[in-house]
Design a binder for this molecule. Structure first.
Ligand SMILES: [Fe+2]
Length: 345
């Protein structure tokens, strides 16, 4: 296996490649370092097959989409990832071939709902779920400290003790550790019950990193060209949420809401389908096309997308434009489908 960390900074990007057949994956590439990655791949004689984001990043712009455009590699993320243009959605337990290598996917949420770890050979890439002597914060972007504790203790700590741990971030100059080290000496986890861990993580009191909303919302929506102005965090948290079952019941009752689907057209017609009678206005076009919704100003509007993240942005934008009865389908079409509700394609 060819394995290298390419950034030498706080954000880690890993090259993982089959040494014999020169098939490569880039894990968590940064947008601003794409030239360097392409040069490295050429130097190593590797063909880029997969670009993997271990989760939706809040602290940097992902280079995944641009690498896909430049090389034809497929973008891979967990099925809960909110962004469009992901070619391969994976879930816990899936195995991916890369030349002669096999990458095993572990769903390790907690830092974000779409977190994955990748177990390959003698090592595991742990994203921002498990860090060297730390864990990724779980206080924004759908974070859940309880889920994080479970993912770490039940999935990552089930790997052999000698397994090498390579995180997506490090702030103290570490390169890696082992599962055994982290079990023994991770100061957030060692000797702590789940409840104690949750209390600890809910009281870290960390300030939000600067520029987080810009990076997060750009990565969640794949909109980076300034075609929309992203709403502030406070506006997003004020968005009313409606569950899939509640929306379904409301649609057959009098005064049914307008279902506004803000995904890309290929997603609307794609695998997850859409809610019957919904109207498609992709998020990037919403500010310019809000006029089309004038007739619905007095009616309730429910925004819908894949995972309920882009649609929360849409709901906040419409609220900002003076639409007063806007809410968001919580969990998006993923939750709608998981509830067994009908779709059209
Ligand atoms: Fe992260």
């Amino acid at each position: 296996m060819l394995f290298r960390e390419l950034n030498r900074g706080k954000c880690k990007t890993y090259l993982v490649a089959c040494a014999a057949r020169r098939r490569a994956a880039l894990v968590d590439p940064l947008k601003e370092r794409i030239d360097r990655y392409l040069a490295m791949l050429a130097y190593e004689g590797c063909r880029l097959e997969l670009v993997i984001d271990t989760h939706t990043h809040a602290d940097h712009r992902s280079g995944a989409r641009e690498l896909k455009d430049l090389t034809g590699a497929r973008v891979l993320m967990h099925r809960r990832a909110p962004a469009p243009h992901v070619d391969v959605h994976v879930d816990d337990g899936e195995r991916l071939g890369l030349g002669d290598l096999t990458l095993a996917v572990l769903h390790t949420p907690g830092h974000t709902p779409d977190g994955i770890s990748l177990h390959v050979g003698d090592r595991v890439l742990t994203g921002d779920t498990l860090l060297v002597h730390g864990t990724g914060r779980a206080d924004f972007a759908g974070g859940d400290p309880g889920a994080q504790y479970d993912a770490i203790t039940e999935k990552l700590f089930a790997l052999p003790d000698e397994t090498l741990v390579f995180p997506a971030h490090d702030y103290r100059g570490h390169t890696h550790s082992t599962i055994g080290d982290e079990k023994r000496a991770n100061p957030r986890l060692a000797g702590r019950s789940r409840a104690e861990y949750v209390t600890l993580m809910n009281n870290l009191g960390l300030p939000l990193p600067e520029g987080i909303q810009e990076a997060l919302q750009a990565n969640q929506s794949a909109i980076e060209d300034g075609s929309i102005t992203f709403p502030a965090l406070a506006q997003l948290s004020a968005v009313r949420q409606v569950s899939a079952r509640t929306l379904h019941a409301r649609l057959t009752a009098p005064h049914a809401p307008l279902v506004l689907d803000v995904r890309e057209p290929e997603e609307f017609r794609g695998e997850l389908g859409h809610v019957a009678g919904s109207r498609l206005v992709p998020l990037r076009e919403l500010p310019g096309r809000a006029g089309e919704l004038e007739a619905f100003r007095d009616r309730e509007i429910v925004a819908v997308c894949r995972a309920g993240v882009r649609s929360a942005t849409a709901a906040a934008i419409l609220t900002g434009l003076g639409f007063e009865r806007v809410s968001n389908l919580e969990g998006g079409m993923l939750d709608w489908r998981e509830a067994g509700l009908p779709v059209e394609r």
